[in-house]
Design a protein around this ligand. Structure first.
Ligand SMILES: Cc1cc2nc3c(=O)[nH]c(=O)nc-3n(C[C@H](O)[C@H](O)[C@H](O)COP(=O)(O)OP(=O)(O)OC[C@H]3O[C@@H](n4cnc5c(N)ncnc54)[C@H](O)[C@@H]3O)c2cc1C
Ligand SMILES: NC(=O)c1ccc[n+]([C@@H]2O[C@H](COP(=O)([O-])OP(=O)(O)OC[C@H]3O[C@@H](n4cnc5c(N)ncnc54)[C@H](O)[C@@H]3O)[C@@H](O)[C@H]2O)c1
Length: 480
């Protein structure tokens, strides 16, 4: 006998309660629209339990220890080893032991109704939820449905991959002990951060990447400095290495990776950090004329293109604009405001930098990679700017030559670059690499998104002796 089905009506239905979905729902509920959010796993999403939070919780203790060891006078007091069990316990605390009670309580306090289960679109403004108890809940939205279902790890279909039982970022951020030998495939952000984390926590890490250096989307010097930093901490960094097949002969035994060219490598675990795919395969997209499994193509207000009636929105990883929590939350604020404005029949301000346009996604989405050294960037690289037909000048400066940096740590090594649009005399990109360089980034994000004229930036005086004096040095170098 099938479980009973229930029908409910709301103004807005959000599918996926990750950071993005939570923020869309928060905006619409705060504006008085009856809002439901559908979640199939944990309220809080990947970011809270299997991505940003646990990864940064693993990376922070080794970084804190290194920071102390980098300063003569403090070094002797930081001579011990990391307490790995305590690091993992602290990580478990940050993910609330993979329980979502706290986030559920927040939803309740915000007046958002949680409906647990797997959500699928079922035609215009309709969502069917397969509830954990086997029943179904049929939902109808008066104004909008927002798809915020995030992304999932891509594992390439190499021979032997299923038997090798590889780690995805979920296992890598949630592991309960450091494997003796960890092979990581993919030199993107996850690969670099997990190499930094697990090498510090006791694994012998080999980082295999197809390209010349890690972090291929950043300025080349960022990948080079991060590769040097990883190598200095014992990671075997292998550029130009592609895995051809894997073999794990015994369930409890090691895995052997065969590289293209025939070389083999043995490890206890292998992590595939090889990118993401949208979580849209099994969610009824075909009922609204979209191919299942596709990234959703949206306009600047985050409304899905090509859907009659304009009621379907998509924010966060699933639209592929910028796979970052802070950009997903930004899109959520924009989409939420657009849904509220359209529901009220009000005007839509969707021109560049308008209230209902996610302009920063393409102009100034910042990112910090929490390796040692950190790599932080916003806007365009010099090469991207040139490819876009801009007349630009890249200005570089050695971060270690700034007084604040040499005080911050002995032998500070790092580099900064600003990319200046020579026609408009504004910054279109910036990159900082060095210990704790991520904290330098927000000033650059403001300069890029607010299009602060260089002539005015000259009057923004950084304090002596902070690492921020890099700004003065870069502008002096630009002006000659
Ligand atoms: C290891 C790792 C580290 C990262 N670190 C950072 C970082 O430091 N900073 C940063 O900015 N970004 C980081 N990211 C990226 C960040 O995790 C994502 O950009 C972010 O989680 C996207 O948020 P979201 O809300 O779009 O999706 P998610 O967080 O994935 O949430 C989507 C939610 O939708 C639910 N869902 C999916 N399908 C359905 C369905 N059909 N029905 C009901 N519910 C459904 C899921 O269960 C999930 O809860 C990291 C990613 C990884 C893998
Ligand atoms: N600190 C942060 O902001 C942070 C941290 C982690 C992840 N993230 C986000 O999460 C997303 C996912 O990260 P990711 O590192 O998985 O993806 P990514 O796209 O950054 O990197 C994946 C890498 O794997 C390589 N690759 C793909 N297939 C391969 C194969 N078969 N063999 C070898 N290499 C292969 C790609 O060339 C690429 O360099 C990113 O968009 C990133 O922005 C952000």
């Amino acid at each position: 006998m099938s479980e009973p089905s229930e029908s409910r009506a709301f103004d807005v239905i959000v599918i996926g309660a990750g950071p993005t979905g939570e923020n869309v729902a928060d905006r619409t509920a705060a504006a008085g629209l009856r809002t439901a959010i559908v979640e199939s796993e944990l309220v809080g999403g990947d970011c809270s339990y299997w991505a940003c939070i646990p990864s940064k919780a693993l990376l922070r203790p080794p970084a804190a220890l290194e920071a102390a060891r980098a300063v003569a006078g403090a070094r002797h007091a930081a001579g011990g080893q990391l307490d790995v069990a305590a690091v993992l316990a602290r990580r478990d605390g940050f993910v609330s032991d993979w329980q979502d009670d706290g986030q559920v309580a927040w939803l309740e306090s915000a007046g958002i109704e949680l409906i647990r289960g797997h959500g699928r679109l079922a035609g215009e403004r309709r969502v069917t939820v397969a509830a954990p108890d086997g029943g179904t809940v049929d939902l109808t939205a008066t104004h909008a449905v927002a798809v915020c279902t995030g992304s999932a790890a891509v594992v390439p279909g190499l021979p032997g991959v299923a038997e090798a039982r590889p780690w995805t970022p979920r296992e890598a951020t949630g592991a309960r002990k450091a494997p003796d030998r960890l092979a990581i495939v993919g030199g993107g952000v996850v690969g670099a951060e997990m190499a930094a984390a697990w090498s510090a926590l006791g694994s012998k890490v080999t980082l295999l990447m197809r390209g010349e250096r890690p972090l291929p989307r950043m300025e080349p010097f960022a990948g080079d400095l991060v590769a040097d930093g990883l190598a200095a901490r014992g990671v075997d960094v292998r550029p130009g290495a592609s895995v051809a097949e894997l073999r794990r002969a015994h369930a409890t035994g090691p895995v052997t990776l065969t590289l293209e060219g025939g070389e083999t490598l043995e490890a206890d675990e292998v992590l595939f950090a090889t990118g993401r795919k949208p979580r849209t395969e099994d969610m009824g997209l075909e009922t609204v004329g979209i191919e299942p499994g596709a990234w959703l193509d949206v306009d600047e207000t985050l409304r899905v293109r090509g859907v009659d009636g304009g009621w379907l929105y998509c924010a966060g990883d699933t639209n592929r604009r910028a796979l970052l929590t802070h950009q997903g939350k930004y899109q959520a604020r924009v989409a939420g405001a657009a849904i509220v404005a359209r529901a009220a029949g009000g005007p839509i301000d969707d021109g560049p930098w308008g209230e209902h346009a996610a302009t920063a996604d393409t102009v100034g989405a910042p990112q910090v990679v929490f390796t040692e050294p950190e790599a932080a960037s916003v806007g365009l690289t010099a090469q991207e700017a040139e490819r876009a037909g801009r007349r630009v000048r890249a200005v570089d400066y050695d971060l270690g030559n700034v007084a604040g940096a040499s005080l911050f740590s002995d032998d500070y090594r790092g580099r900064a670059r600003i990319v200046v649009d020579l026609d408009r005399e504004v910054l279109v990109g910036a990159t900082f690499v060095g210990p704790q360089a991520g904290d330098l980034l927000h000033a650059a994000t403001i300069a890029v998104t607010a299009e602060v004229p260089i002539a005015r930036l000259w009057h923004a005086v950084p304090c002596f002796p902070t690492v921020s004096e890099i700004w003065l040095r870069l502008l002096e170098t630009l002006r000659g």
